[in-house]
Design a protein around this ligand. Structure first.
Ligand SMILES: [Zn+2]
Length: 397
């Protein structure tokens, strides 16, 4: 079931290695953070064992099984990935940017980029023989986890905060998942999962599972392949847990190491100003994030006060020569509406944060008329259309 290049799991802090083999169910499941230092563990690959030609083309995420931990035949999949890069010429004109492409991740099975990672993480947990998987989530990860678990009748339990969108809560149950709605915010849901779920379970939270961000790296292979391996001048994406930033940069680095591209584009990670621990650490020049004391943004999917991948995201951004920045909620909603009304693409709230970040980068000429950029829409607008609609009402529409 393992791909040839997958070596095992390595601790991001102390470097301890864990060889994953068929006989060790705990290791297959992901085994959680490092037992010695509690840092996240990441999959490690021997890229010398990968034929670059085998990952040059691909219609779906698992077509690039050579750089994923498991072979595609073992995967719990619903044809995630293969999302289009949409040319957004009106947006580029308005911003005075050379070219803008929207990598539209809303077209994944549950309307979120996270499907790429949960497909891998649920595959791993199921292969380990787990009876129960669980995670605390702002919404999309819980929905995606339940969706993949349903393929094998695996019991799943999502802990979501009250503020999670109705569409997420409804679809967790529609996919057959169990759910606890926890009063408060994401941190309260994380605490509730740790204290209230008494059965043995595999935690599929970001960076509790080492596979979620690993599946996300397929976005990078695809967006580069969509451009015939011409490196863009920038990639702009939203940041919450840090998993997308880390996954995308891992993917870019692998593409460089495989000789598919010559260098890494700068990655700009955009956070909502009301909960921006990664951007605050970036602006302070720090290597580590500090828990945000008063999380308050309408973009619930990004309201992650204590991002489990914060430190790794900071290092990843630095590696690419990019930056982290913030935008106001109103700017994010305005940008999501502007893209939907001019470019057809139904940009969700988190995608609106990325689009607003692109606006800010164009305004301060970090990105200009000579630049060719990719912005990620990470979730479907239909997850929270009421929020977008009420933004219009605030303008008298
Ligand atoms: Zn360690």
């Amino acid at each position: 079931m393992f791909s040839d290049a997958f070596v095992g799991l390595t601790c991001t802090d102390c470097g301890a290695s864990l060889v994953v083999d068929d006989a060790d169910p705990e290791a297959i499941a992901g085994a959680g953070p490092c037992p010695d230092c509690a840092a996240p563990r990441l999959p490690e690959y021997d890229l010398d064992a990968v034929d670059a030609e085998s990952v040059r083309e691909g219609l779906r995420a698992w077509d690039r099984e050579a750089v994923l931990p498991f072979d595609a035949d073992s995967a719990l999949s619903a044809a995630e990935g293969g999302t289009p890069s949409v040319d957004a010429s009106r947006l580029a004109d308005e911003l005075g940017v050379g070219r803008v492409e929207i990598k539209d991740e809303s077209r994944n099975p549950t309307g979120s980029v996270l499907d790429r990672g949960l497909s891998v993480a649920v595959t791993a947990a199921d292969a380990s023989g787990a009876d129960l998987i669980a995670c605390a989530s702002p919404g999309n990860a819980g929905q995606s986890m339940a969706a993949y678990a349903g393929q094998v009748d695996l019991r799943s339990y999502a802990f979501v905060p009250t503020r999670s969108p109705f569409s997420n809560k409804a679809m967790v149950n529609v996919h057959g998942g169990e759910m606890k709605v926890v009063p408060g915010r994401l941190g309260d849901a994380v605490d509730a999962l740790e204290t209230e779920l008494q059965s043995d379970y595999v935690n599929l939270g970001a960076f509790s599972s080492p596979y979620r961000h690993d599946g996300l790296k397929t976005v990078s292979y695809e967006l580069l392949a969509d451009r015939k391996w011409d490196v863009p001048d920038a990639i702009v994406l939203p940041a919450g847990t840090g998993e997308l930033v880390v996954g995308v940069v891992d993917g870019l680095r692998e593409c460089e190491e495989l000789g598919l591209v010559d260098d890494l584009p700068p990655v700009y990670a955009v956070q909502a100003a009301g909960c921006a621990p990664i951007a605050a650490a970036w602006e302070a020049g720090d290597d580590e994030t500090v828990e945000w004391s008063t999380p308050d943004t309408i973009v619930g999917e990004l309201e992650v006060a204590d991002p489990p991948g914060g430190d790794l995201a900071l290092a990843a951004i630095r590696e690419t020569g990019g930056a982290a920045l913030t935008v106001e909620d109103d700017e994010a909603l305005e940008s999501a509406v502007a893209v939907a009304s001019t470019e057809t693409v139904e940009v969700g709230l988190a995608g609106g944060v990325a689009a607003a970040g692109l606006w800010a980068l164009a305004e301060d000429n970090t990105i200009d008329a000579t630049d060719d950029v990719v912005v990620l829409n990470t979730e479907a607008a239909t997850k929270a259309p009421d929020v977008l609609r009420s933004h219009l009402m605030g303008q008298g529409v």
